[in-house]
Each structure stands twice: as C-alpha cells, then as structure tokens.
Design a protein around this ligand. Structure first.
Ligand code: HEC
Length: 150
C-alpha cells in the first residue's frame, strides 16, 4: 500500500496528540497492581465473612497473588511528575515524592501479612480472617498518608 507523505505526517500528529492525553504506563501499572491486590483481598474477605463458600484452591490462589504482587518493587511505578497535582487520572499524593523511603517501607510492610495470608488460606476461613486484618492495616496506613481522598 502506498501512503502519501502528508498522510503519514497527519497520522503522526494524531498519534502524538493521543499519547499526550494517555495515562502514563507507570500510572496504569501501579493502579492495575493495586486493583490486583484489591480483587484478591475481596475474594479472601468474602470467604472470611462467609459470603462466599470457602474453597482452599481459590483462597490459596488469591493469597499467592497478593503475596506475589507485594514482592514487586514499586519505585519504578512512581516517576516524577505523576502526582495528582501534575496529571489527571491519579490519586497519588505529591507527598509521595518527598517521602519515597517511607512509601517503600509502607509498601514492604504488606509483605509479611501477605505471606501470612498464604499460610492462612490453606487452613480455613477463620485463619484467613485473622490474617486479613494485618494486610488491610498495611493498605490503610499507606492510603491515609499517600492517596488523595476520593
Ligand atoms: C505504599 C503505599 C500503598 C500501599 C501499601 C497500598 N496502596 Fe493502594 N494505593 C496507593 C496509592 C498511592 C494509590 C493511588 C495510585 C494512583 O492513582 O496513581 C493507591 C490506589 C489504590 C486503589 C485504586 C487503584 C485505581 O484503579 O486507581 C486500590 C483499589 C488500592 N490502592 C488498593 C490497595 C490494597 C487492597 C492494598 C493492600 C493490600 C493497597 N492498596 C496497598 C498506595 C498504596
């Protein structure tokens, strides 16, 4: 297919404009990662409350996913200029960039409860409930400090 030079230039312009409005991949990645945590926490929470029938295989898969995501190093997902004051579509507090070591510490604080969740998932709903408290506390501690309120 033959494409004229002006057509290519026009396409490049359209593509450039679209890129400027797109959410940056780092922002998408961190939000997707938080959603993965939330979805799997929801599965475990449902079983702990008895809303969803306990299923060891499903519980272990959810707990393993949480533990796996918590092992990701999130530093690369918070590049400068991706705070809620600078761009649309994020709830990342600007304070994150003044306190990166603390943010990473709060992130890592979820790893132990994440691992405890894995062990609990195999045992049953009561154990899951006990393990979830620690994990949810780790989520909340960071949200209170570094996520803009809705
Ligand atoms: C180290 C800090 C930190 C920890 C720990 C943390 N979060 Fe978050 N979370 C954030 C920040 C910051 C945002 C906003 C991200 C953005 O909008 O760019 C967020 C956003 C979210 C969102 C919204 C994502 C979206 O689609 O916009 C959900 C859901 C969420 N977190 C769930 C959780 C759960 C569940 C946990 C614990 C298992 C957790 N988070 C642990 C900092 C954290």
């Amino acid at each position: 297919m033959k494409v004229s030079i002006p057509a290519i230039a026009a396409l490049a312009l359209i593509a450039g404009a679209a890129t400027a409005q797109e959410i940056r991949p780092e922002v998408k990645a961190r939000q997707g990662q938080f959603q993965t945590l939330s979805i799997n926490l929801g599965i475990l929470g449902g079983m702990a409350r008895g809303d969803v029938a306990y299923d060891a295989v499903r519980a272990e898969a959810a707990a393993r996913s949480i533990a796996g995501v918590s092992m990701v190093d999130i530093a690369a997902l918070f590049p400068e200029g991706t705070d809620a004051m600078s761009i649309e579509g994020t709830r990342a507090e600007p304070a994150i960039w003044d306190n990166l070591p603390d943010v990473l510490t709060k992130w890592q604080a979820g790893r132990a409860p994440g691992g405890a969740g894995e062990a609990a998932a195999a045992k049953g709903p009561q154990d899951i409930g006990a393990a979830l408290g620690g994990l949810a506390g780790a989520c909340k501690a960071c949200h209170d400090a570094y996520r803009t309120p809705n």
